[in-house]
Ligand binder design. Structure first.
Ligand SMILES: [Zn+2]
Length: 359
């Protein structure tokens, strides 16, 4: 695209969490601004521009990402730039939950109008040292409406020598008018071979078979690879969440349900959504497990040891109802419903569905 001399004003990179759309966006911007030897088709990695790009400190590289409002009415991405560089320095693959917890908030992140207005001003100025001013917006689907309308104005009349790269995990939630002004590039999940290489670099003692298995269950997401490799606490608490919820529903144990709901009352909306989505994943996996479709299964060892006993309760007679109930709960969580009420409703329905006998 670059070599053909045709760089569009606005690109949209889309790919599920952990597939590397964000690092790809940064690499591309680094490449077009690299002043060194680019004959290999990649940036040189050593010129002053590349060095600043790698540290995310280039003066013509601007970021907008979800943030949360504190006591002040205005909030900008730049307020959190140190944290952003810090997290990116630890791993170029991170999830929205990891980011929001890094900025120590229990709220749902969003992209606000103030941020977009400030950006518009910066893009209107001349670039400091690079041929292109680059703006990378991570998760444009989290723009509120006023921010989205403001972005639309910029995309309609893009400042000269500027490049917008939107990096989305869920393009269905982006305004169609914004979508129509971008050139869309789908980022594929990372292939198993590249994941195996990554695993071998990190854990050279792990055998080939183990690496292949981890690659398979990671479904192209480096975040999941890291979770499995690090025996991640998050993965463990996800399993625990699913197991506790399902157990108390199956037993129709009202006091267990109450203490379950109490135990999760401090979770953020993002965490609720994440956990509920994880439950849908496990319900699907239960069905696959029952059908003994091993090549379709993407379970970790811990997950498998729970599903060994539990999977039998999920069957074609209740699986769709269960998935519907969890999706309904996510829908209400997203619309700021009272989480306690949402969970009680969910658990009542799940308790009924789990008692449906297998045909
Ligand atoms: Zn360079």
């Amino acid at each position: 695209m670059y070599e053909a001399g045709r760089i569009p004003h606005a690109l949209l990179l889309t790919g599920p969490e952990g597939t590397g759309a964000l690092p790809l966006a940064i690499s591309f911007a680094q490449y077009i601004n690299c002043t060194g030897d680019k004959t290999s088709g990649d940036s040189c990695g050593r010129c002053p521009s590349c060095v600043k790009y790698k540290a995310l400190t280039h003066p013509d590289l601007h970021f907008v990402y979800p943030v949360v409002k504190g006591s002040s009415p205005e909030v900008y991405s730049t307020d959190f730039l140190d944290k952003w560089r810090e997290l990116f320095g630890e791993s170029i693959y991170f999830s929205r939950i990891q980011w929001i917890s890094r900025i120590k908030s229990d709220k749902q992140g969003a992209i606000f109008k103030d941020d977009v207005v400030a950006l518009h001003q910066k893009l209107g100025q001349k670039s400091v040292e690079a041929p292109y001013k680059v703006l990378i917006m991570w998760l444009p689907e989290l723009m509120n409406e006023t921010a989205a309308n403001r972005i639309l104005k910029i995309l309609e009349e893009p400042p000269s020598n500027s490049l917008f790269i939107l990096v989305s995990e869920n393009e269905n939630d982006i305004l169609p008018t914004v979508l129509s002004r971008t050139q869309r590039i789908q980022v594929s999940p990372i292939d198993d071979e590249s994941i195996c290489q990554h695993i071998n670099r990190l854990c050279p003692t792990l055998g080939e078979e183990q690496s292949k298995r981890i690659a398979h269950i990671s479904m192209g997401s480096m975040i999941r690879v890291n979770q499995v490799l690090n025996d991640n606490d998050e993965l463990k608490s996800n399993i625990e969440f699913f197991a506790n919820l399902m157990r108390s529903c199956y037993r129709r144990d009202a006091s267990a349900m109450v203490s379950f709901v109490d135990s999760i009352s401090k979770m953020t909306r993002d965490e609720h959504k994440n956990r509920l989505q994880y439950c849908i994943h496990m319900i699907r996996e239960s069905l696959v497990y029952n059908l003994q479709q091993e090549e379709l299964s993407v379970l970790t060892n811990d997950e498998e040891s729970f599903l060994k006993k539990f999977a039998v309760f999920i069957h074609p007679g209740n699986v769709f109802g269960l998935v519907d109930q969890f999706n309904t709960a996510i829908f209400h969580i997203e619309r700021n419903g009272n989480s306690k009420i949402i969970y009680f409703d969910l658990m009542m329905q799940v308790a009924v569905l789990l008692k449906i006998q297998r045909e």
